[in-house]
Design a protein around this ligand. Structure first.
Ligand SMILES: Nc1ncnc2c1ncn2[C@@H]1O[C@H](COP(=O)(O)OP(=O)(O)OP(=O)(O)O)[C@@H](O)[C@H]1O
Ligand SMILES: [Mg+2]
Length: 366
């Protein structure tokens, strides 16, 4: 899929802006704090219905009542128009081809691959950041995964509420929620494992392409449920229930659910060593790049559509070899890419595409 046209009204530093980007490469440059990342955020918002920064309301230009983005996306099946608006009182309007229906209807909900310096946290950060990557960046490609996640989160929320109110010695009180909890948890766990089974080989291949031969890369999903080998949902439910039973007192004491996919993690090993603990900066960067490349390939394979790539400030952070990889293997290949950087225009001058300069007010093609 690709963005044919985008119009911004009262969005961050932009009063009004209209851009028809290049079908392949768009390089966005300008001094710091001029609106490069803001523009990528507008593209992401139009495609996914939310900001990639903290709070959707912050997208509204200071002093205004709303921020609006209108976009036209081209997909293999035809053109989709999106009108997305955030209001200062907290309301949000999303119209896809003129009709409501929320984020689910958006064409880019899953088809925008964003890569920014913060993404190093997928490796270095807490387990929740890795789970968010699985749930939000990979899982959402599959409608069934999305449904399983929603159901699980709902029952987890209710179970945690109950844990907060029951007395410590009231073992048995949790029975009401347990059956559903184990079932939904097992379904989610099984789907995650299936997803990662498809994803991991793509990461290995991409890592090999980036780092060259030499290092052996492995990935493992760490489940809080001890699985007894057989990966069928009924068996996982039993394993889950056994683990839950064993830790019931701990849960009553801590007043929270400690077993389940919401506490799981994934680890990456290079030559047998945990990257999070022993990886060099360069290895971590290569690995994150490999995750993003794999995400991109997986989206294409699962949907038949190419994702739109947003690369915010990452190019200059990479050494020459990884820049080469990015320029030759990630940028191009029939995908539409938006690259921001304050420097490095010389890398793009001879490429087919458009170069934009942002100055704090607008964005013009140079
Ligand atoms: N809601 C808002 N309304 C108006 N201006 C805003 C709003 N939010 C942010 N800005 C302005 O946008 C600027 C940041 O823009 P942006 O993050 O796009 O910079 P950038 O060009 O990506 O810079 P860098 O090269 O440092 O990453 C802020 O310094 C601020 O002046
Ligand atoms: Mg920026």
């Amino acid at each position: 899929m690709f963005l044919e046209k985008i119009e911004l009204v009262s969005f961050r530093n932009y009063i009004r802006l209209s851009v028809q980007p290049h079908r392949e490469l768009n390089f966005i440059t300008g001094r710091n704090a001029r609106g490069k990342t803001n523009f990528l955020e507008a593209v992401f918002f139009a495609g996914s219905g939310a900001s990639f920064r903290h709070n959707d309301r912050n997208m509204i230009r200071w002093g205004e009542d709303y921020a609006r983005v209108e976009a036209v996306f081209g997909l293999t099946g035809g053109v989709v128009t999106v009108k997305a608006e955030i209001q200062s009182e907290g309301g949000k309007k999303l119209l896809v081809d003129g009709a409501g229906g929320g984020r689910r209807q958006l064409p880019g909900r899953f088809g925008i691959v964003l890569f920014r310096p913060d993404d190093l946290q997928i490796i270095k950060g807490s387990p929740s950041q890795r789970r968010d990557f699985i749930d939000n960046d990979l899982g959402l490609i599959e409608p069934l995964y999305r449904d399983a996640l929603t159901k699980y989160r709902r029952v987890l929320f209710q179970r945690n509420n109950l844990l907060r109110t029951v007395r410590e010695n009231s073992v048995g009180a949790m029975q009401v929620w347990n059956e559903q909890f184990y079932r939904y948890g097992a379904q989610l766990l099984l789907m995650r494992m299936r997803l990662l089974k498809k994803f991991f080989p793509l990461v290995c291949q991409s890592y090999l392409d980036i780092a060259g031969d030499g290092e052996k890369i492995e990935m493992k999903y760490l489940s809080t449920v001890k699985l007894s080998g057989e990966k069928a949902v009924e068996q996982i439910i039993k394993d889950f229930a056994a683990e839950g039973k064993a830790r019931e007192r701990e849960e009553l004491y801590k007043k929270q659910t400690v077993v389940g996919p919401h506490r799981d993690d994934m680890v990456f090993y290079l030559d047998g060593k945990d990257v999070r603990q022993f990886g060099s900066q360069g290895q971590i960067r290569s690995l994150v790049l490999a995750l993003k490349a794999a995400q991109m390939h997986m989206f294409h394979r699962e949907t038949g559509e190419q994702p739109i790539l947003l690369l915010d400030d990452v190019l200059m952070e990479l050494d020459a070899a990884r820049q080469q990889y990015l320029m030759h293997n990630i940028i191009g290949g029939g995908r539409q890419t938006f690259v921001t950087s304050a420097t490095g225009i010389e890398n793009f001058c001879r490429q087919k595409g458009k170069i934009y300069l942002v100055d704090g007010y607008g964005m013009k093609e140079v």
